[in-house]
Design a protein. Structure first.
Length: 66
Protein backbone atom coordinates (compact mmCIF):
# COMPACT_ATOMS: atom_id res chain seq x y z
CA UNK A 1 0.00 0.00 0.00
CA UNK A 2 1.38 3.38 -1.01
CA UNK A 3 1.11 6.27 1.38
CA UNK A 4 -0.02 9.62 0.04
CA UNK A 5 -0.02 12.86 1.99
CA UNK A 6 -1.84 15.92 0.70
CA UNK A 7 -1.77 19.34 2.31
CA UNK A 8 -5.02 21.29 2.10
CA UNK A 9 -4.49 24.99 2.63
CA UNK A 10 -7.61 26.98 3.50
CA UNK A 11 -7.59 30.73 2.92
CA UNK A 12 -9.10 31.16 6.38
CA UNK A 13 -11.22 29.34 8.94
CA UNK A 14 -13.72 32.19 9.13
CA UNK A 15 -15.94 30.69 6.43
CA UNK A 16 -17.45 27.31 5.59
CA UNK A 17 -15.26 24.96 3.49
CA UNK A 18 -16.12 21.61 1.91
CA UNK A 19 -13.47 18.99 1.14
CA UNK A 20 -14.57 16.21 -1.23
CA UNK A 21 -12.65 12.93 -1.05
CA UNK A 22 -12.76 11.10 -4.39
CA UNK A 23 -11.44 7.95 -6.07
CA UNK A 24 -11.95 7.30 -9.79
CA UNK A 25 -14.08 10.48 -10.09
CA UNK A 26 -16.49 9.18 -7.41
CA UNK A 27 -16.93 10.95 -4.07
CA UNK A 28 -16.89 8.65 -1.06
CA UNK A 29 -16.77 11.26 1.72
CA UNK A 30 -17.17 14.97 2.42
CA UNK A 31 -15.50 16.87 5.25
CA UNK A 32 -17.10 20.15 6.25
CA UNK A 33 -14.98 22.75 8.05
CA UNK A 34 -17.00 25.39 9.91
CA UNK A 35 -15.94 28.20 12.21
CA UNK A 36 -17.02 27.97 15.83
CA UNK A 37 -17.01 30.40 18.71
CA UNK A 38 -13.58 31.34 19.88
CA UNK A 39 -10.51 30.46 17.84
CA UNK A 40 -11.44 27.03 16.53
CA UNK A 41 -13.28 25.00 13.93
CA UNK A 42 -15.86 22.23 13.80
CA UNK A 43 -15.32 19.27 11.47
CA UNK A 44 -18.18 17.09 10.25
CA UNK A 45 -17.52 13.99 8.17
CA UNK A 46 -20.14 12.53 5.83
CA UNK A 47 -20.20 9.22 3.99
CA UNK A 48 -21.50 9.52 0.41
CA UNK A 49 -24.08 6.84 -0.26
CA UNK A 50 -24.79 5.11 -3.59
CA UNK A 51 -27.70 7.46 -4.34
CA UNK A 52 -25.43 10.50 -3.65
CA UNK A 53 -27.12 11.22 -0.33
CA UNK A 54 -24.91 11.99 2.66
CA UNK A 55 -24.80 10.18 6.00
CA UNK A 56 -23.16 11.98 8.93
CA UNK A 57 -20.57 9.66 10.48
CA UNK A 58 -18.48 11.93 12.73
CA UNK A 59 -18.74 15.35 14.32
CA UNK A 60 -15.65 16.88 15.93
CA UNK A 61 -16.36 20.09 17.88
CA UNK A 62 -14.08 22.99 18.71
CA UNK A 63 -10.66 22.09 17.36
CA UNK A 64 -8.40 24.97 18.46
CA UNK A 65 -6.46 26.85 15.78
CA UNK A 66 -3.10 28.06 17.00
Amino acid sequence: MNEEVMDVDLDSVENFALLRLRVNDESFAHIEVRPCSGEGVVLQIFQIMGDNSRKAVKWIPNIPIN
